[in-house]
Design a binder for this molecule. Structure first.
Ligand code: SF4
Length: 425
């Protein structure tokens, strides 16, 4: 029997496969392979699983990296209205992609923009009161989950932030109450370690905006002419309001992708105004969970470099920001884009939107594409194939990512920088 490679364990590894960016993973590596089954998180297990090395391709034929980079640069230099979409990259990758956009006058848009805008438009319009994961972990005594079970997108949220065995201000586990708003949610993670079950208010998620408006009317002692909101009686909403007012540090958690109904931004706005109202009575905050696929990372880099969010065009005479017209999906469907550079380095399942415009894909190795793009360049995964930085969901820290194995592909930063260098002067 050949000798078995001895395993190395690396402690305190940061995981980039959802916005929680847990920084407590212990990763065992043997013979260059990562033992991901011990991670106790389905998204991390999947993300850290080994990807197959792959070769760059041009129109379906294997080519060298240099040739693929040259083809990508030629394609972008011919385009009049290129779009750089996906933007699933680490901080250095995002910076290089934005520099490339500046060179070729491209529109930049993230793959999660549609859901992300449900929050961003509210923040731009009226501001909000939000908190951090550490504050939730250490202070919250009431956690209301609005329209989400959380754990399908952020699997360790309860383990890391709710059912922690101790906090800064309590000996032993802090006392908390959990309330879910919504129907058909997975509420199993909300069962406390002592077996206490969460309260579930079985309301219609698509009508949560009505519920928040009713709560705002009740807190303002305004008369109401309805008997219910979102399928739940006013008495039940009144009881929830009293519970919220009685909390010493309440938090409403939501995940914008789970609020997938028309005008969801108005529901978020109503919720954010309710949180402001509650702060006249007690301390209350919002916790909009996000950050997956590097969406906060890309947006953060774009914001500090230009002052504007994603969904912007690097025009000749400055930057145009337009959250509606500069949607990559809309531009491709309307025939307003003539080239697409799609980037997804965390998840090979996030493929470009269906389009017949010439397409360059910088995809995590193993990406299966419905249509062979003009140029495909496999890229490494941040926090696995190369070091980097990643913005956490609460946007208060950018966590360092480590390189854990011999890279199976170049980084997005390396490829985007090479494409920019190959553009005609
Ligand atoms: S919850 Fe998210 S950040 Fe934490 S280990 Fe799972 S995928 Fe990684």
């Amino acid at each position: 029997m050949p000798p078995q490679p001895s395993a190395t364990t690396i402690a305190n590894v940061t995981c980039p496969f959802c916005g929680l960016a847990c920084d407590d993973l212990s990763i065992s590596i043997a013979g260059g392979l990562i033992e991901s089954r011990t991670l106790k998180c389905p998204l991390a297990e999947r993300g850290f699983a080994a990807g197959e090395p792959a070769t760059p391709r041009v129109r379906g034929k294997d080519v060298s990296l240099e040739r693929a980079v040259g083809e990508a640069a030629a394609l972008l230099s011919r385009a009049q209205s290129p779009v750089i979409g996906g933007l699933g990259a680490d901080m250095a990758g995002a910076r290089a992609l934005l520099a490339l956009a500046d060179r070729c006058r491209a529109v930049v848009d993230h793959m999660n923009s549609r859901s992300k805008l449900r929050n961003l438009l509210v923040l731009q319009d009226g501001g909000w009161i939000t908190t951090t994961l550490s504050e939730v972990r250490n202070r919250a005594d009431l956690i209301v989950l609005a329209g989400t079970g959380v754990v399908s997108r952020f699997p360790r949220f309860f383990e890391r932030c709710v059912w922690n065995p101790e906090s800064m201000f309590s000996r032993g586990a802090p006392k908390r109450e959990v309330v879910y708003l919504g129907r058909g949610l997975d509420v199993s993670a909300g069962i406390a370690p002592d077996g206490t079950t969460p309260q579930v208010i079985e309301c219609e998620v698509a009508r949560l905006g009505d519920a928040f408006s009713v709560l705002r009317a009740l807190i303002a002692k305004q008369p109401l002419q309805c008997a219910e909101a979102a399928g739940v009686s006013l008495e039940a909403w009144g009881a929830l309001l009293e519970k919220m007012k009685a909390a010493t540090y309440g938090v409403v958690v939501w995940a914008a992708p789970d609020l997938d109904f028309p005008n969801a931004d108005l529901a978020v706005q109503s919720l954010c105004e309710l949180i402001k109202d509650l702060n006249r009575h007690t301390r209350f905050s919002g916790m909009p969970l996000g950050g997956s696929d590097g969406d906060f990372t890309a947006n953060g880099v774009q914001m500090w470099q230009t002052g504007f969010p994603i969904r912007s065009r690097y025009a000749r005479d400055g930057l145009d920001y337009d959250p509606y017209h500069l949607s990559a999906e809309r531009m491709l469907a309307a025939g307003e884009a003539d080239a697409l550079l799609w980037v997804s380095s965390y998840d090979e399942r996030r493929v470009p939107p269906e389009t017949d415009v010439p397409t360059i894909v910088l995809g995590r190795a193993g990406m299966k594409l419905p249509r062979e793009p003009e140029v495909l360049i496999p890229v490494g995964t941040p926090g696995l194939d190369h070091a980097g930085h990643f913005f956490r969901s609460d946007k208060v820290v950018a966590l360092p990512l480590r390189q854990l194995r011999e890279p199976i592909a170049p980084s997005v930063e390396q490829v985007a920088t090479a494409i920019a260098a190959a553009l005609p002067a």
